[in-house]
Design a binder for this molecule. Structure first.
Ligand SMILES: C[S@@+](CC[C@H](N)C(=O)[O-])C[C@H]1O[C@@H](n2cnc3c(N)ncnc32)[C@H](O)[C@@H]1O
Ligand SMILES: O=C(O)C(=O)C[C@]1(C(=O)O)C=C[C@@H](O)C=C1
Length: 257
């Protein structure tokens, strides 16, 4: 494991396209929600206004990747979207690395490609347009799965976690962020209200919030934190640590010991 130095604790600026997300202001609005060209165009603004602690989660993923990366292995970002994390990793990883971004939406990968063109040449970057369910994680020391498992059919998720565990080298790390739900209805109601107030503060009108909620129904299916952790244990991860949970968004790490 690499030892930390002072630059580990810097708070880096993310490379985010500022194009404003007004997708759900319009009628007809996109339903069901899909990662198409319209979403890709505004995705950076959408994600950073819609996920609490988004910037902190990305910065934390860089910190943990630097600590767990083993030279000669791969770093895989599953559901890499527009490449924001890979770009930051490329800037902050001193050693040459193989950075693999997987996403099944070509529109997202096209945006990622533009962002990653600015990276130092010593890294090898591969963008793979495929489903997480079809990917091999062999010879990886870090796999990042940020806000992506939640979009897979529930019955596919265990198999993907199993494949990640099996592909990680010993000492490897899974960095996972997910939207989760409370098993207790009153808590879930309050979490949702508090989350929607967060979106309001970030400039979304109530109609936009309601329309997106409708579009995401049966597309983004959250599990509970306990279900999520049970799946990790079933996959083989014995050590799991929660890094943050705010409103209904969870970030954790799991190590293959
Ligand atoms: C909310 S975004 C992820 C955000 C990104 N990780 C970040 O931190 O900026 C979810 C991404 O997962 C991708 N996705 C959804 N289902 C997928 C699947 N089955 N396989 C691969 N990618 C998938 C979508 O195209 C989308 O880009
Ligand atoms: O749950 C919501 O209402 C969201 O907007 C969350 C969420 C996500 O977690 O991925 C949904 C779609 C977009 O990718 C950005 C944010």
């Amino acid at each position: 494991m690499n030892s930390p130095n002072s630059s580990d604790f810097l708070h880096p600026e993310l490379f985010l396209d500022p194009t404003w997300d007004a997708l759900f202001e319009q009628s007809p609005y996109p339903k069901p929600f899909a990662f198409n060209e319209d979403v890709a165009r505004v995705f950076d603004n959408m994600v950073s206004r819609s996920i609490p602690l988004y910037r902190e989660a990305i910065a934390a993923a860089v910190h943990w990747t630097r600590a767990y990366y083993q030279p000669g292995t791969r770093i895989i970002d599953v559901g890499c979207s527009t490449g924001t994390l890979l770009e930051l990793l490329g800037r902050f990883l001193a050693e040459p690395a193989i950075l693999v971004g997987v996403d099944n939406a070509q529109a997202m990968l096209d945006k990622a490609q533009q962002k990653l063109n600015t990276l130092p040449a010593h890294h090898q970057v591969e963008l793979v347009c495929d489903r997480a369910e079809a990917v091999s994680f062999e010879n990886s020391s870090v796999v990042i799965l940020n806000y992506t498992l939640q979009f897979l059919p529930v019955h596919h998720r265990q198999q993907v976690l199993n494949a990640i565990y099996s592909g990680l080298v010993p000492g490897g790390l899974l960095f996972l962020s997910e939207k989760v739900k409370s098993p207790y209805p009153r808590f879930q109601e309050q979490l949702t209200r508090h989350y929607e107030a967060f979106k309001t503060r970030n400039g979304y009108a109530q109609t936009e919030i309601e329309r997106k909620k409708e579009a995401l129904e049966n597309v983004l299916v959250p599990l509970t934190e306990a279900q999520q952790i049970a799946m990790l244990h079933r996959a083989g991860f014995k050590q799991v640590e929660i890094l943050s949970k705010f409103h209904n968004f969870l970030t954790l790490v799991a190590e293959k010991t």
